[in-house]
Design a protein around this ligand. Structure first.
Ligand SMILES: *[C@@H]1O[C@H](CO)[C@@H](O)[C@H](O)[C@H]1NC(C)=O
Length: 246
């Protein structure tokens, strides 16, 4: 359970919480109204998404192991993901996916011609892998567990392929999210298999770093201010999410 949530969490949270330096070329990122847009279905609690929700979610494909992780599209050339997901082995990404088991993703009326179907998926090769310089895969604290993938080709946006927003606005960069809810979306990969063949979403509370530190201390893991914690406290499955402050 812990691992599943950990692996799927970064997909959205990394994308909501990266703090960017002042020198960032924000003109390379989509304008505020041109990102984070999707037809949202406001039912939460570990449910399937619709085929249109979270159109920035991508799957990372490894040369030998199929899809091993997820990520978020942040503009037409870059995918944000976790550093622990990135190795030389990651060769391409898949965009516009919904059901891993089906060639065509449709919903609504089952009558042929009346169902609503997503466009075919788009696979794009990875040109460059950029892992945060502070990341050390042997360090259990997982500081700087964030990475970018540069794609070989520019992606064309559709209803099923859209970029997420990065919080490069000062009010978000300094905001305390404690007590707010985070939405986690993805397919939920475990070590052995995909937890779900369809895209899922769940709403989870954001916890204070103090509470999180207490729980993680037992595992000899230190929480830094550049990380935030998400999850239900009573289940002791708090998940830490690295937020990289540049
Ligand atoms: C985007 O559209 C252009 C023009 O139709 C096409 O050449 C290009 O291959 C498309 N990009 C991707 C990643 O499919």
């Amino acid at each position: 359970m812990f691992r599943r949530i950990f692996l799927s969490l970064y997909i959205l949270l990394y994308s909501c919480s990266v703090t960017l330096s002042n020198e960032i070329k924000t003109n390379l990122l989509p304008a505020r109204r041109k990102c984070g847009q999707h037809e949202e279905d406001r039912i939460f609690g570990g449910t399937k998404t619709t085929i249109e929700e979270f159109p920035w979610l991508v799957l990372l494909k490894s040369a030998n192991n199929g899809f091993t992780c997820g990520g978020s599209l942040i503009n037409n050339r870059y995918v944000l993901t976790a550093a622990h997901c990135v190795s030389e082995d990651i060769v391409s990404v898949r965009l516009g996916e919904y059901n891993l088991e089906k060639d065509e993703d449709c919903e609504g009326d089952d009558t042929p011609g009346l169902e609503y179907c997503a466009d075919p998926v788009v696979n794009v090769e990875v040109e460059e892998r950029i892992v945060h310089e502070g990341f050390d895969s042997r360090d259990r604290n997982a500081y700087g567990d964030i990475a970018l993938l540069r794609l070989k080709k520019e992606v064309n946006y559709t209803k099923f392929i859209q970029p997420i927003c990065l919080p490069h606005f000062s009010e978000l960069r300094t905001k305390n999210f404690e007590g707010k809810k985070a939405v986690v979306a993805g397919w939920g990969r475990t070590e052995k298999k995909w937890e779900s063949e369809v895209k899922l979403k769940v709403e989870l509370p954001i916890q204070s770093n103090e509470d999180c530190s207490e729980i993680y201390q037992q595992r000899e893991i230190n929480i830094k201010n550049s990380q935030i914690c998400v999850g239900e406290k009573r289940e002791r499955i708090l998940v830490k999410v690295t937020v990289v402050v540049l």
